[in-house]
Design a protein around this ligand. Structure first.
Ligand code: KL2
Length: 349
């Protein structure tokens, strides 16, 4: 059992509310085996045994099944492993799966598993971020997936459906402009799917209860995070706006750059906006000011955001940067990925 499973969930409200529909959700970047093998220099401090396939795959399954979450959002799921391992193994426990593979020659993608006893899928949309027809910087193969789920059980919740959006933004630390463009595109798709009444755009609470989660490859103080939480402040922030201005040639040489990268310098982009009122499940630091982490770095890069009409009941605490440093590099025998699992419980109001 992992260190984190021994720690009780952080509860926000001790008053039990039995009225609404309750469900749990996981977001987890499971670390694709192909990416692990291709970037083996990143894992030289790990025990090679802990990196082997299929052992790591089986430990990922155990981690996923530990709490039997009702919805499991995964990133870096290889289509091959989805068919041979994740889909059949999770099916035994009552999960069905929705999947969107990255475009181009990429082998992995985003998956949403859900307990089919509990939910019916009303709609599902894979969103491709390679959209040079929209913007020249939208030229990478990242994707997201959006599902509209309807609880099958009778509840007293006023809301009758739930929108789940799961994505994995580009890694390249110097291309915050692309991360933001990918996010904007994803949020505009999410907006179309999640809007309740198209005649009341701009009105408060015009969306179905919505969860946005995944690996944003962005720190809590990044433009990406700020834009999600407070788009108005982001639009007004000169500093953040600068993140949208494009970068030097040297910056483009990192991994995910397409070979003939012909991004134009300083593309003027309209100020981005969205009308979701997202809150983040996870605090970015503890009471002493020590940052929490979701991967072996110095901050959180994975998130679960939720809108009004969802009540956060509890969440599994992350580790602080010091706690993870003490544990050492991951993957290890307890942590099968280089990311930690994010898990939260909600009530649909
Ligand atoms: O940061 V990640 O890991 O969410 O854990 O997302 C990307 C990176 C993933 C998909 O592109 O592959 C990892 N150095 C380190 N990690 C990299 C690099 C790199 N140059 N390129 C890709 N990844």
């Amino acid at each position: 059992m992992s260190v984190r499973h021994g720690i009780p969930d952080k509860r926000l409200d001790m008053v039990p509310r039995k009225l609404g529909f309750r469900f749990s959700l996981i977001s987890y970047n499971i670390l694709s085996q192909t990416l692990l093998n291709n970037h083996s220099h990143l894992y030289t401090n790990c025990n090679p045994k802990d990196l082997e396939w299929p052992g790591r795959g089986h430990r990922i399954i155990s981690e996923l099944l530990h709490d039997r979450a009702d919805i499991i959002c995964l990133q870096e799921v290889e289509s091959e492993h989805l068919q041979s391992l994740y889909r059949p193994r999770l099916a035994r426990y009552g999960y069905e799966c929705l999947y969107k593979k990255k475009t181009g020659y990429k082998i992995d993608g985003c998956a949403i598993f859900y307990r089919s006893k509990l939910f019916r899928v009303l709609e599902c949309k894979g969103v491709e971020f390679n959209r040079t027809d929209v913007s020249q910087i939208l030229n990478r193969d990242n994707v997201g997936i959006i599902a509209v789920l309807k609880p099958k059980v009778q509840t007293r919740s006023k809301s009758s459906q739930l929108v789940i959006a799961n994505t994995h933004l580009i890694f390249n630390p110097k291309r915050c402009d692309i991360k933001l463009a990918q996010l904007e595109l994803f949020l505009s798709e999410l907006n179309q799917i999640s809007l309740i009444d198209h005649e009341h755009i701009g009105a408060k609470c015009c969306h179905h209860p919505t969860i946005l989660c995944g690996d944003l490859n962005s720190a809590p103080d990044s433009g990406v995070s700020k834009f999600i939480i407070n788009p108005t402040a982001f639009r007004d922030g000169v500093e953040d706006r600068n993140e949208r201005l494009v970068v030097s040639d040297e910056d483009r040489c990192i991994e995910d750059s397409p070979r003939n990268d012909d991004v134009t310098e300083k593309i003027p982009v309209d100020a981005p906006n969205h009308s979701f009122m997202f809150k983040s499940v996870y605090p970015t630091q503890n009471k002493e000011g020590t940052p929490y982490v979701s991967t072996f770095s110095n901050c959180i890069v994975d998130y679960i955001f939720y809108t009004p009409k969802l009540r956060l009941e509890s969440y599994r605490e992350l580790l602080t940067v010091d706690e993870l440093r003490e544990i050492g590099p991951i993957p290890n025998s307890e942590f099968p990925s280089d990311h930690l699992t994010l898990e939260a419980k909600f009530t649909l109001e």
